[in-house]
Design a binder for this molecule. Sequence first.
Ligand code: UN1
Length: 513
Amino acid sequence: IQDVLQQLGLKAINDGTSTGSNNFSPDSYRDGELIESYSPVDGQLIGKVKSTTREDYEKVMDAATKAFLSWRDVPAPQRGEIVRQFGNKLRDLKRPLGKLVSYEMGKSLQEGYGEVQEMIDICDFAVGLSRQLNGQTIPSERPGHVMREQWHPIGVVGIISAFNFPVAVWAWNTALAWICGDVCVWKASEKAPLCSVACQNIIAAILKENNCPEGISCIVNGDYKVGEMITTDSRIPLVSATGSTRMGRIVGATVAKRFGKSLLELGGNNAIIITPSADLKVVVPGAVFGAVGTCGQRCTSTRRLIIHESVYDKVRDAIVGAYGQLTIGNPLDEKNHIGPLIDHDAVNTYLAAIEKAKAEGGNVLVEGGVLEGEGYESGCYVKPAIIEAENNFEIVQHETFAPILYLMKYSGEVENAIAKQNGVAQGLSSAIMTNEMKEAEKFLSYAGSDCGIANVNIGTSGAEIGGAFGGEKETGGGRESGSDAWKVYMRRQTNTINYSDQLPLAQGIKFDL
Ligand code: UN1
């Protein structure tokens, strides 16, 4: 890993605050100011990152607010050119950055590379978009008038991201924000701070090569107190926050209090409906990857399987059989399917959820538990569990960020399954496995899934960047990444222009002088 750290410019102690090339020196720090990053892979200390102080934060905001004034002057396609160079650099650094993600966060190496690929993809998407920030022309009801709509840069965008996608979620936000003419201040999760420093090092070099001012890309680091500096700061018109519903409730309310905008991407409780016509060749890998990929720590992870009673036994046996094939271990070893959970707190939450499910009457089909012995010294490796449960169990209603899959039956028509699928507080991702066109279309209709993502014959996780990503209800309602998600990073302006010599009023109002 040392060569990876070196390639990404990481040191034993890193500046956790930066406005681009200008890092805030970690030379002087007091106890408690350093965030230590331990790998869940082997329990080793990878490096330390200095927390952002209020004073540092003010310096960052000075640089960011100044940078915005010059960045918004740069034509959007030229801003796209910077993002193009950034995407190319990520192509060069895909291996080391993917490896750092895997080592600091614990996801499999393939998934670490996949995450960097998502960054590359969103850069490509943003480059094209930099020539398409189009408004529209609207017919006016008045003679000699025209209306149009313009999209203007919004300002400083605050980004608060979670540990589970420590680099991609930042890129989804920044690649779009930058081409839109905004500048970004990012607070990464204190569980994956080195990833944020690595990303900042990459973009800082590109901004410097292009003589861009300080402040277009900024990072701050620390716990919720640093997050609060962002959410309470009226110089930040948009806060994009990814994480738990608990966090989002606080962020959303704080930002709303000062009439800022927030883009919230919070918890999911994602289900796959498995109908009688479902193809097991598709169901098994879709459900198993969804449930155990990233060790169940994606917001899109599959938490529930809602299986028709007529195929229940067959599907259950196939899934339980597939769990027997899974290998758990060092995620940097590509033969392992599943790496560790992020930390010991996550392990305790996982264990408590299994106990709770049992206490509520759940029937354990595949036992969970913490792995011990050689290779598992970090204490973060757990066995993925399968539990038969009812949808109304309190624990089933709750998102547990761990590989616990709940199985439940439905009978009769697909509407019964859809009611179960929708019968939770979260609304991120959902899927149906069916070969019946009518079932699939019902699931996708307004009366079907109430989630932001609804899939047919694929699982709930692993969305492509081209679509808008996010969900409804307690998932927070935000959309990031593809489609027209860029609009949230801009402010909309409606223009009415009078090119006549008269001043007719709208709605036919007469006001003669
Ligand atoms: C997340 O877990 O916060 O759809 C993002 C997926 C990934 C992104 C997940 N593309 O699973």
